[in-house]
Ligand binder design. Structure first.
Ligand code: G6P
Ligand code: MG
Length: 216
C-alpha cells in the first residue's frame, strides 16, 4: 500500500454488530421446517455470503426448483426481519460507535460495505446511519463477495481510489474481496477465518486504528 489512507469501509454483520446469530436461527428454523441438514458449523460458512448463495451452500447440491428456492429464501428473510425488530443501539459491538466517531472527527471518509439487503434496516435500528458517507449493500452490485465489486462501488461513492481505502471484515469471502479490490484488509476474528488479511484483530475492541494507519 503506497497511497495515503483516506477512508474506511466497514462490513456490517460481524464487524459493527453481531447479527450472525439471528441469521443462524432463521436458517435453522427454515431447515427444520423443510428437512434440510443444517448446523452451526455450516452457518460459519455463510458469513459474508449473499442470501441465495447461502441457500445453495445449505442445499449442498440438492436440486430444488427455482420457485421453491425463492420461497425458502423469502421465508428465512421474514424470520430474520422479525429478529431485527428487537435490535437497538445496545447491539453495536464493543466500542465501535466511539471508534467510528473518532475516525469521522479525524476527517476520514466512512462507508458500509455489506452483502446484506437488510443493511439499511440494521443501521437504522442501531441508530448510526448518519455516521456513514455512503452505504453499499446487497442491492448495490450484482457480483457478491468475494468479488471486489461491492467495495469498489463504495470507494467510488466516497470519491476515493481503492488504494486509499481500508476494509474491515469478519468473513473470509470479505477479506478476499478487499484484497481483490486492491484495498487494505483488516480481519476481525480468528486467524483461520480472516488470516489472509494484512492485519488481524480477534475482537472489535482490539482494533487499533493508529496501528492500521502505521502498518498499511
Ligand atoms: C451478511 C451476512 C450473511 C448474510 C448476508 C445476506 O453478509 O454475514 O450471513 O447471508 O449478509 O444478508 P441478507 O440480509 O441480505 O439476507
Ligand atoms: Mg460480516
Amino acid at each position: 500500500m503506497t497511497k495515503k489512507i483516506k477512508g474506511f469501509i466497514f462490513d456490517l454483520d460481524g464487524v459493527i454488530t453481531d447479527t450472525a446469530e439471528y441469521h443462524y436461527k432463521s436458517w435453522q428454523k427454515l431447515a427444520d421446517e423443510e428437512n434440510l441438514f443444517f448446523n452451526r458449523e455450516i452457518n460459519e460458512q455463510l458469513r459474508g455470503v449473499s442470501r441465495m448463495d447461502s441457500l445453495d451452500i445449505i442445499l449442498n447440491g440438492k436440486e430444488v426448483p427455482a420457485e421453491k428456492k425463492k420461497e425458502w429464501a423469502d421465508r428465512k428473510n421474514a424470520y430474520y426481519q422479525d429478529y431485527l425488530e428487537e435490535i437497538s443501539k445496545d447491539d453495536i459491538l464493543d466500542d465501535m460507535e466511539a471508534k467510528l466517531n473518532k475516525l469521522k472527527a479525524d476527517g476520514f471518509k466512512l462507508a458500509v460495505g455489506s452483502s446484506s439487503r437488510n443493511a439499511r434496516k440494521v443501521l437504522k435500528h442501531l441508530q448510526i446511519t448518519d455516521i456513514f458517507d455512503t452505504i453499499a449493500d446487497g442491492n448495490s452490485v450484482e457480483n457478491a463477495k468475494p468479488a471486489p465489486d461491492l467495495f469498489l462501488h463504495a470507494a467510488k461513492n466516497l470519491g476515493l481510489e481503492p488504494e486509499e481505502c481500508v476494509v474491515l471484515e469478519d468473513a473470509e469471502s470479505g477479506v478476499e474481496a478487499a484484497l481483490a479490490a486492491n484495498m487494505g484488509a483488516v480481519g476481525v476474528g480468528p486467524e483461520e477465518r480472516v488470516g489472509k488479511a494484512h492485519l488481524v484483530y480477534s475482537k472489535v475492541r482490539d482494533i487499533d486504528f493508529d496501528e492500521i494507519l502505521k502498518k498499511l
